[in-house]
Design a protein around this ligand. Structure first.
Ligand SMILES: Cc1cc2nc3c(=O)[nH]c(=O)nc-3n(C[C@H](O)[C@H](O)[C@H](O)COP(=O)(O)OP(=O)(O)OC[C@H]3O[C@@H](n4cnc5c(N)ncnc54)[C@H](O)[C@@H]3O)c2cc1C
Length: 388
Protein backbone atom coordinates (compact mmCIF):
# COMPACT_ATOMS: atom_id res chain seq x y z
CA UNK A 1 0.00 0.00 0.00
CA UNK A 2 1.19 3.49 -0.95
CA UNK A 3 0.39 6.57 1.19
CA UNK A 4 0.12 9.11 -1.64
CA UNK A 5 -0.35 8.57 -5.39
CA UNK A 6 -0.23 11.44 -7.85
CA UNK A 7 -1.75 10.79 -11.28
CA UNK A 8 0.14 12.97 -13.77
CA UNK A 9 3.81 13.96 -13.53
CA UNK A 10 3.70 17.41 -15.12
CA UNK A 11 4.33 20.80 -13.50
CA UNK A 12 1.34 20.31 -11.18
CA UNK A 13 2.04 16.74 -10.07
CA UNK A 14 5.77 17.32 -9.55
CA UNK A 15 5.19 20.53 -7.56
CA UNK A 16 2.90 18.63 -5.22
CA UNK A 17 5.38 15.74 -4.93
CA UNK A 18 8.09 18.19 -3.86
CA UNK A 19 5.78 19.85 -1.31
CA UNK A 20 4.64 16.48 0.12
CA UNK A 21 8.23 15.32 0.62
CA UNK A 22 9.68 18.60 1.89
CA UNK A 23 6.84 19.18 4.33
CA UNK A 24 7.43 15.60 5.56
CA UNK A 25 3.87 14.50 4.91
CA UNK A 26 5.29 11.39 3.32
CA UNK A 27 8.53 9.81 2.14
CA UNK A 28 9.64 9.03 -1.39
CA UNK A 29 9.07 5.28 -0.82
CA UNK A 30 5.48 5.99 0.22
CA UNK A 31 4.79 8.14 -2.82
CA UNK A 32 3.93 7.10 -6.38
CA UNK A 33 3.73 9.39 -9.40
CA UNK A 34 2.03 7.70 -12.33
CA UNK A 35 2.57 9.18 -15.79
CA UNK A 36 2.77 7.60 -19.27
CA UNK A 37 6.10 9.24 -20.01
CA UNK A 38 9.62 8.13 -19.10
CA UNK A 39 10.50 11.15 -16.96
CA UNK A 40 9.02 14.07 -14.98
CA UNK A 41 7.84 17.18 -16.90
CA UNK A 42 8.03 15.32 -20.22
CA UNK A 43 4.98 17.13 -21.69
CA UNK A 44 6.14 20.54 -20.43
CA UNK A 45 9.54 20.02 -22.04
CA UNK A 46 8.01 18.73 -25.28
CA UNK A 47 5.70 21.76 -25.63
CA UNK A 48 8.21 24.43 -24.65
CA UNK A 49 10.99 22.93 -26.80
CA UNK A 50 8.65 22.61 -29.76
CA UNK A 51 8.21 26.40 -29.89
CA UNK A 52 11.81 27.31 -28.90
CA UNK A 53 10.54 29.35 -25.93
CA UNK A 54 13.66 31.07 -24.54
CA UNK A 55 12.19 32.57 -21.33
CA UNK A 56 9.18 31.73 -19.21
CA UNK A 57 6.30 34.16 -19.17
CA UNK A 58 6.08 33.99 -15.37
CA UNK A 59 8.48 35.59 -12.88
CA UNK A 60 11.35 33.87 -11.05
CA UNK A 61 9.33 33.29 -7.86
CA UNK A 62 7.07 30.91 -9.77
CA UNK A 63 8.75 27.51 -9.70
CA UNK A 64 8.27 24.07 -8.11
CA UNK A 65 10.00 24.60 -4.75
CA UNK A 66 8.53 25.81 -1.44
CA UNK A 67 10.94 28.72 -0.82
CA UNK A 68 9.89 31.51 -3.24
CA UNK A 69 13.55 32.49 -3.73
CA UNK A 70 14.75 28.94 -4.40
CA UNK A 71 15.21 29.54 -8.15
CA UNK A 72 17.12 32.79 -7.63
CA UNK A 73 19.38 31.09 -5.07
CA UNK A 74 19.92 28.20 -7.49
CA UNK A 75 20.87 30.69 -10.23
CA UNK A 76 23.75 31.87 -8.02
CA UNK A 77 24.90 28.35 -7.12
CA UNK A 78 27.76 26.47 -8.79
CA UNK A 79 25.37 24.30 -10.84
CA UNK A 80 22.97 27.11 -11.76
CA UNK A 81 25.21 30.06 -12.56
CA UNK A 82 26.22 28.87 -16.04
CA UNK A 83 22.60 29.19 -17.18
CA UNK A 84 21.65 32.11 -14.95
CA UNK A 85 19.65 34.20 -17.39
CA UNK A 86 16.61 36.31 -16.59
CA UNK A 87 14.51 38.58 -18.79
CA UNK A 88 12.94 41.94 -18.02
CA UNK A 89 11.74 43.69 -14.88
CA UNK A 90 9.88 40.60 -13.59
CA UNK A 91 13.01 38.47 -13.68
CA UNK A 92 11.53 35.86 -15.98
CA UNK A 93 13.91 32.87 -15.91
CA UNK A 94 15.29 31.25 -19.04
CA UNK A 95 13.65 27.93 -19.84
CA UNK A 96 17.05 26.29 -19.48
CA UNK A 97 17.56 27.66 -15.97
CA UNK A 98 13.99 26.80 -14.93
CA UNK A 99 14.36 23.21 -16.17
CA UNK A 100 17.76 22.83 -14.55
CA UNK A 101 16.30 24.02 -11.23
CA UNK A 102 13.54 21.39 -11.56
CA UNK A 103 16.11 18.67 -12.26
CA UNK A 104 18.08 19.72 -9.21
CA UNK A 105 14.95 19.62 -6.99
CA UNK A 106 14.02 16.18 -8.31
CA UNK A 107 17.54 14.95 -7.68
CA UNK A 108 17.47 16.26 -4.07
CA UNK A 109 14.26 14.42 -3.21
CA UNK A 110 15.11 11.37 -5.38
CA UNK A 111 11.83 11.75 -7.28
CA UNK A 112 12.87 9.05 -9.73
CA UNK A 113 12.23 6.46 -6.98
CA UNK A 114 8.53 7.27 -6.95
CA UNK A 115 8.06 7.38 -10.75
CA UNK A 116 5.79 4.73 -12.28
CA UNK A 117 5.51 4.86 -16.05
CA UNK A 118 1.95 4.03 -17.10
CA UNK A 119 -1.51 5.37 -17.81
CA UNK A 120 -4.29 5.17 -15.23
CA UNK A 121 -7.52 3.79 -16.63
CA UNK A 122 -9.63 3.14 -13.57
CA UNK A 123 -9.97 4.38 -10.01
CA UNK A 124 -12.12 2.57 -7.46
CA UNK A 125 -12.73 2.95 -3.75
CA UNK A 126 -12.14 -0.37 -1.96
CA UNK A 127 -12.13 -0.72 1.82
CA UNK A 128 -10.83 2.73 2.77
CA UNK A 129 -8.24 2.68 -0.04
CA UNK A 130 -8.15 3.85 -3.63
CA UNK A 131 -7.55 1.00 -6.06
CA UNK A 132 -5.78 2.22 -9.21
CA UNK A 133 -5.66 0.22 -12.45
CA UNK A 134 -3.16 1.03 -15.18
CA UNK A 135 -3.47 0.29 -18.88
CA UNK A 136 -0.65 -2.29 -18.67
CA UNK A 137 -2.57 -4.24 -16.02
CA UNK A 138 -0.56 -3.00 -13.03
CA UNK A 139 -2.65 -2.31 -9.89
CA UNK A 140 -1.84 -0.07 -6.95
CA UNK A 141 -3.64 0.56 -3.65
CA UNK A 142 -3.20 4.02 -2.22
CA UNK A 143 -4.48 5.79 0.88
CA UNK A 144 -4.58 9.20 -0.84
CA UNK A 145 -4.85 10.00 -4.54
CA UNK A 146 -4.26 13.34 -6.28
CA UNK A 147 -5.53 13.92 -9.82
CA UNK A 148 -2.94 16.08 -11.61
CA UNK A 149 -3.72 15.42 -15.26
CA UNK A 150 -3.26 18.55 -17.36
CA UNK A 151 -4.68 19.78 -20.64
CA UNK A 152 -1.49 19.47 -22.69
CA UNK A 153 -2.58 16.12 -24.14
CA UNK A 154 -5.72 17.69 -25.58
CA UNK A 155 -4.84 20.17 -28.32
CA UNK A 156 -7.85 21.84 -29.88
CA UNK A 157 -8.24 21.99 -33.69
CA UNK A 158 -10.93 23.89 -35.60
CA UNK A 159 -13.37 21.63 -37.47
CA UNK A 160 -12.19 22.80 -40.94
CA UNK A 161 -8.66 21.76 -39.97
CA UNK A 162 -9.78 18.28 -38.93
CA UNK A 163 -11.55 17.95 -42.27
CA UNK A 164 -8.36 18.93 -44.18
CA UNK A 165 -6.38 16.44 -42.11
CA UNK A 166 -8.78 13.63 -43.05
CA UNK A 167 -8.43 14.60 -46.72
CA UNK A 168 -4.64 14.23 -46.41
CA UNK A 169 -3.54 17.85 -45.96
CA UNK A 170 -0.23 18.52 -44.22
CA UNK A 171 -1.87 20.24 -41.25
CA UNK A 172 -0.95 19.54 -37.62
CA UNK A 173 -1.34 21.01 -34.17
CA UNK A 174 2.04 22.03 -32.75
CA UNK A 175 1.26 20.24 -29.45
CA UNK A 176 -0.09 17.03 -30.94
CA UNK A 177 2.51 14.43 -30.01
CA UNK A 178 1.79 12.63 -33.29
CA UNK A 179 2.99 15.71 -35.20
CA UNK A 180 6.17 14.67 -37.04
CA UNK A 181 9.44 16.14 -35.85
CA UNK A 182 10.39 19.42 -37.53
CA UNK A 183 11.48 19.11 -41.09
CA UNK A 184 11.77 21.93 -43.56
CA UNK A 185 8.59 22.11 -45.61
CA UNK A 186 8.83 21.92 -49.39
CA UNK A 187 7.68 25.46 -50.06
CA UNK A 188 6.00 27.49 -47.39
CA UNK A 189 4.43 27.48 -43.97
CA UNK A 190 1.23 28.91 -42.54
CA UNK A 191 0.92 29.26 -38.78
CA UNK A 192 -2.51 29.79 -37.25
CA UNK A 193 -3.06 31.41 -33.86
CA UNK A 194 -2.45 34.63 -31.98
CA UNK A 195 -1.09 33.64 -28.55
CA UNK A 196 2.46 33.08 -27.31
CA UNK A 197 2.67 29.59 -28.83
CA UNK A 198 1.78 30.94 -32.29
CA UNK A 199 4.17 33.88 -32.01
CA UNK A 200 7.12 31.76 -30.83
CA UNK A 201 6.37 29.31 -33.66
CA UNK A 202 6.24 32.13 -36.21
CA UNK A 203 9.58 33.47 -34.95
CA UNK A 204 11.13 30.02 -35.15
CA UNK A 205 9.98 29.41 -38.73
CA UNK A 206 10.60 32.91 -40.09
CA UNK A 207 14.24 32.37 -39.12
CA UNK A 208 14.34 28.99 -40.90
CA UNK A 209 12.30 29.95 -43.97
CA UNK A 210 12.65 33.72 -44.29
CA UNK A 211 10.02 35.21 -46.61
CA UNK A 212 8.04 31.98 -46.87
CA UNK A 213 6.11 32.06 -43.59
CA UNK A 214 2.66 33.49 -42.91
CA UNK A 215 0.98 34.00 -39.53
CA UNK A 216 -2.81 34.06 -39.60
CA UNK A 217 -4.53 35.40 -36.50
CA UNK A 218 -8.13 36.40 -35.83
CA UNK A 219 -7.45 39.51 -33.80
CA UNK A 220 -4.95 42.37 -33.50
CA UNK A 221 -2.14 41.79 -30.95
CA UNK A 222 -3.42 41.54 -27.39
CA UNK A 223 -0.53 42.72 -25.26
CA UNK A 224 -0.41 41.68 -21.59
CA UNK A 225 2.63 40.88 -19.52
CA UNK A 226 0.93 37.84 -17.93
CA UNK A 227 -1.97 35.63 -18.99
CA UNK A 228 -4.24 37.14 -16.31
CA UNK A 229 -4.08 40.17 -14.02
CA UNK A 230 -1.44 39.66 -11.25
CA UNK A 231 -4.21 40.55 -8.76
CA UNK A 232 -5.37 36.92 -9.20
CA UNK A 233 -2.19 35.74 -7.50
CA UNK A 234 -3.28 37.09 -4.13
CA UNK A 235 -6.03 38.66 -2.04
CA UNK A 236 -6.67 41.60 -4.41
CA UNK A 237 -8.99 39.53 -6.63
CA UNK A 238 -9.11 36.23 -4.75
CA UNK A 239 -10.85 37.67 -1.66
CA UNK A 240 -13.95 38.55 -3.64
CA UNK A 241 -13.68 35.39 -5.79
CA UNK A 242 -13.82 33.09 -2.76
CA UNK A 243 -17.03 34.81 -1.67
CA UNK A 244 -18.78 33.85 -4.93
CA UNK A 245 -20.88 30.78 -4.14
CA UNK A 246 -22.35 30.18 -7.62
CA UNK A 247 -19.96 27.92 -9.54
CA UNK A 248 -21.29 28.98 -12.94
CA UNK A 249 -20.50 32.56 -11.91
CA UNK A 250 -17.00 31.43 -10.90
CA UNK A 251 -16.58 29.76 -14.30
CA UNK A 252 -17.62 32.98 -16.00
CA UNK A 253 -15.18 35.00 -13.87
CA UNK A 254 -12.34 32.63 -14.80
CA UNK A 255 -13.18 32.86 -18.52
CA UNK A 256 -13.32 36.66 -18.41
CA UNK A 257 -10.14 36.98 -16.33
CA UNK A 258 -7.95 35.01 -18.73
CA UNK A 259 -6.21 37.09 -21.35
CA UNK A 260 -6.63 34.43 -24.03
CA UNK A 261 -4.39 34.73 -27.05
CA UNK A 262 -2.32 37.44 -25.37
CA UNK A 263 1.45 38.00 -25.58
CA UNK A 264 4.01 40.05 -23.66
CA UNK A 265 5.19 43.26 -25.37
CA UNK A 266 8.65 41.99 -26.34
CA UNK A 267 7.13 39.21 -28.45
CA UNK A 268 4.99 41.72 -30.31
CA UNK A 269 8.07 43.83 -31.04
CA UNK A 270 10.05 40.79 -32.25
CA UNK A 271 7.34 39.57 -34.58
CA UNK A 272 6.70 43.04 -35.99
CA UNK A 273 10.41 43.31 -36.78
CA UNK A 274 10.23 40.00 -38.67
CA UNK A 275 7.31 41.42 -40.66
CA UNK A 276 9.05 44.75 -41.32
CA UNK A 277 12.17 43.02 -42.57
CA UNK A 278 10.15 40.84 -44.94
CA UNK A 279 10.76 37.49 -43.28
CA UNK A 280 7.16 37.02 -42.12
CA UNK A 281 3.72 38.04 -43.35
CA UNK A 282 1.06 38.70 -40.71
CA UNK A 283 -2.59 38.39 -41.75
CA UNK A 284 -5.51 39.31 -39.50
CA UNK A 285 -8.49 37.37 -40.79
CA UNK A 286 -10.46 34.20 -40.21
CA UNK A 287 -10.92 30.96 -42.15
CA UNK A 288 -14.44 30.57 -43.51
CA UNK A 289 -13.86 27.56 -45.76
CA UNK A 290 -11.00 25.18 -46.60
CA UNK A 291 -10.31 22.62 -49.28
CA UNK A 292 -7.48 20.24 -50.24
CA UNK A 293 -6.66 19.69 -53.90
CA UNK A 294 -3.55 18.16 -55.52
CA UNK A 295 -1.34 18.38 -52.45
CA UNK A 296 -2.26 21.98 -51.64
CA UNK A 297 -4.61 23.49 -49.11
CA UNK A 298 -6.75 26.46 -50.07
CA UNK A 299 -8.07 28.50 -47.18
CA UNK A 300 -10.80 30.99 -47.97
CA UNK A 301 -10.64 33.79 -45.46
CA UNK A 302 -13.25 36.50 -44.95
CA UNK A 303 -11.23 39.02 -47.00
CA UNK A 304 -8.78 36.98 -49.07
CA UNK A 305 -7.53 33.43 -49.63
CA UNK A 306 -4.29 31.54 -49.00
CA UNK A 307 -2.83 28.54 -50.79
CA UNK A 308 -0.25 26.62 -48.79
CA UNK A 309 1.30 23.18 -48.54
CA UNK A 310 1.88 23.14 -44.77
CA UNK A 311 -0.14 24.44 -41.83
CA UNK A 312 0.79 24.47 -38.16
CA UNK A 313 -2.04 25.11 -35.72
CA UNK A 314 -1.30 26.93 -32.48
CA UNK A 315 -4.95 27.02 -31.49
CA UNK A 316 -4.76 26.10 -27.82
CA UNK A 317 -6.23 23.25 -25.83
CA UNK A 318 -9.71 21.81 -25.21
CA UNK A 319 -11.43 23.17 -22.18
CA UNK A 320 -13.11 19.93 -21.08
CA UNK A 321 -11.87 18.57 -17.73
CA UNK A 322 -8.77 16.39 -18.26
CA UNK A 323 -9.32 12.68 -17.55
CA UNK A 324 -13.07 13.02 -17.35
CA UNK A 325 -13.74 10.06 -19.69
CA UNK A 326 -11.98 7.44 -17.57
CA UNK A 327 -13.14 9.15 -14.35
CA UNK A 328 -16.84 8.88 -15.24
CA UNK A 329 -17.35 5.51 -13.56
CA UNK A 330 -15.58 6.75 -10.38
CA UNK A 331 -17.77 9.87 -10.38
CA UNK A 332 -20.92 7.76 -10.58
CA UNK A 333 -19.93 5.10 -8.07
CA UNK A 334 -18.55 7.52 -5.48
CA UNK A 335 -21.15 10.19 -6.13
CA UNK A 336 -18.47 12.83 -6.74
CA UNK A 337 -19.91 16.27 -7.40
CA UNK A 338 -19.26 18.22 -10.62
CA UNK A 339 -20.29 21.74 -11.55
CA UNK A 340 -22.32 22.54 -14.67
CA UNK A 341 -19.07 23.07 -16.60
CA UNK A 342 -18.08 19.46 -15.75
CA UNK A 343 -15.24 20.43 -13.39
CA UNK A 344 -14.98 18.93 -9.88
CA UNK A 345 -16.61 20.62 -6.91
CA UNK A 346 -13.90 20.35 -4.27
CA UNK A 347 -13.34 21.64 -0.73
CA UNK A 348 -12.09 25.23 -0.57
CA UNK A 349 -9.49 24.43 2.10
CA UNK A 350 -7.84 21.27 0.87
CA UNK A 351 -9.05 20.61 -2.72
CA UNK A 352 -10.60 17.33 -1.59
CA UNK A 353 -13.15 15.91 -4.05
CA UNK A 354 -13.98 12.63 -2.31
CA UNK A 355 -12.54 10.96 0.79
CA UNK A 356 -8.74 11.22 0.43
CA UNK A 357 -9.14 12.12 -3.25
CA UNK A 358 -7.67 15.49 -4.23
CA UNK A 359 -7.25 17.55 -7.40
CA UNK A 360 -4.65 20.11 -8.49
CA UNK A 361 -4.09 22.27 -11.59
CA UNK A 362 -6.81 22.51 -14.24
CA UNK A 363 -9.16 20.30 -12.21
CA UNK A 364 -8.88 22.64 -9.20
CA UNK A 365 -9.66 25.87 -11.00
CA UNK A 366 -13.11 26.47 -9.51
CA UNK A 367 -11.30 27.00 -6.18
CA UNK A 368 -7.85 28.29 -7.19
CA UNK A 369 -9.18 30.63 -9.90
CA UNK A 370 -7.73 31.78 -13.26
CA UNK A 371 -4.09 30.95 -12.39
CA UNK A 372 -4.83 27.36 -11.36
CA UNK A 373 -3.22 25.75 -14.45
CA UNK A 374 -0.06 27.83 -14.14
CA UNK A 375 3.02 27.33 -12.00
CA UNK A 376 1.70 29.77 -9.40
CA UNK A 377 -1.52 27.73 -9.33
CA UNK A 378 0.49 24.57 -8.71
CA UNK A 379 2.12 26.26 -5.70
CA UNK A 380 -1.22 27.42 -4.32
CA UNK A 381 -2.80 24.01 -4.92
CA UNK A 382 0.10 22.18 -3.24
CA UNK A 383 -0.05 24.55 -0.24
CA UNK A 384 -3.72 23.71 0.24
CA UNK A 385 -3.25 19.94 -0.05
CA UNK A 386 -0.29 19.78 2.34
CA UNK A 387 -1.96 22.47 4.49
CA UNK A 388 1.08 24.75 4.70
C1 LIG B 1 4.30 26.55 -24.29
C2 LIG B 1 3.79 26.79 -22.92
C3 LIG B 1 4.41 27.72 -22.11
C4 LIG B 1 3.96 27.97 -20.81
N1 LIG B 1 4.61 28.88 -20.05
C5 LIG B 1 4.21 29.09 -18.78
C6 LIG B 1 4.91 30.02 -17.94
O1 LIG B 1 5.88 30.65 -18.34
N2 LIG B 1 4.48 30.17 -16.66
C7 LIG B 1 3.40 29.48 -16.17
O2 LIG B 1 3.06 29.65 -15.00
N3 LIG B 1 2.69 28.63 -16.96
C8 LIG B 1 3.07 28.41 -18.24
N4 LIG B 1 2.36 27.52 -19.03
C9 LIG B 1 1.13 26.91 -18.51
C10 LIG B 1 1.30 25.71 -17.56
O3 LIG B 1 2.17 25.97 -16.49
C11 LIG B 1 1.79 24.46 -18.27
O4 LIG B 1 0.88 24.11 -19.30
C12 LIG B 1 1.97 23.25 -17.36
O5 LIG B 1 2.82 22.37 -18.02
C13 LIG B 1 0.69 22.51 -16.98
O6 LIG B 1 1.09 21.44 -16.16
P1 LIG B 1 0.16 20.22 -15.82
O7 LIG B 1 0.91 19.38 -14.85
O8 LIG B 1 -1.19 20.69 -15.45
O9 LIG B 1 -0.10 19.45 -17.19
P2 LIG B 1 0.74 18.54 -18.18
O10 LIG B 1 2.03 19.15 -18.53
O11 LIG B 1 -0.21 18.18 -19.25
O12 LIG B 1 1.07 17.23 -17.32
C14 LIG B 1 0.08 16.30 -16.97
C15 LIG B 1 0.63 14.91 -17.10
O13 LIG B 1 -0.40 13.99 -16.75
C16 LIG B 1 -0.30 12.88 -17.60
N5 LIG B 1 -1.57 12.14 -17.64
C17 LIG B 1 -2.72 12.50 -18.27
N6 LIG B 1 -3.63 11.52 -18.11
C18 LIG B 1 -3.05 10.53 -17.38
C19 LIG B 1 -3.49 9.27 -16.90
N7 LIG B 1 -4.71 8.79 -17.16
N8 LIG B 1 -2.63 8.51 -16.17
C20 LIG B 1 -1.38 8.97 -15.89
N9 LIG B 1 -0.92 10.18 -16.32
C21 LIG B 1 -1.74 10.94 -17.06
C22 LIG B 1 0.05 13.50 -18.95
O14 LIG B 1 0.56 12.55 -19.85
C23 LIG B 1 1.06 14.56 -18.52
O15 LIG B 1 2.37 14.05 -18.54
C24 LIG B 1 2.81 27.27 -20.32
C25 LIG B 1 2.18 26.34 -21.16
C26 LIG B 1 2.67 26.09 -22.44
C27 LIG B 1 1.95 25.09 -23.30
Amino acid sequence: MIEWTIIGGGIQGCTLANYLIKSKLTTISNLAIIDPHPEPLYTWKRCTNKINMPFLRSPSIHHLDIDPFSLEKFAKSESGKLDSQFYGPYNRPSLKLFNKHCTSLFHDIQLVNSWIQGRVEQLERRKQLWHIKLADGKQIDSKNVVLAMGLSEHPSCPSWAKELQIQGGNINHIYDDRTPADSNPARDMLIIGGGISAIHTALKWSERLPGRVKLLKRHPFRVHQFDSDPGWLGPKHMNSYTKVTSLSKRRQIITNARYRGSIPRELKMKVLREEKEGRLEIIIDEVSEASYVNGEMKLNLKNTSIITNQVLLATGFHSSPPGISWLNSTIERENLQCAECGYPIVSENSLEWGENLYVIGALAELVIGPVSRNISGARRGAEKIVKL
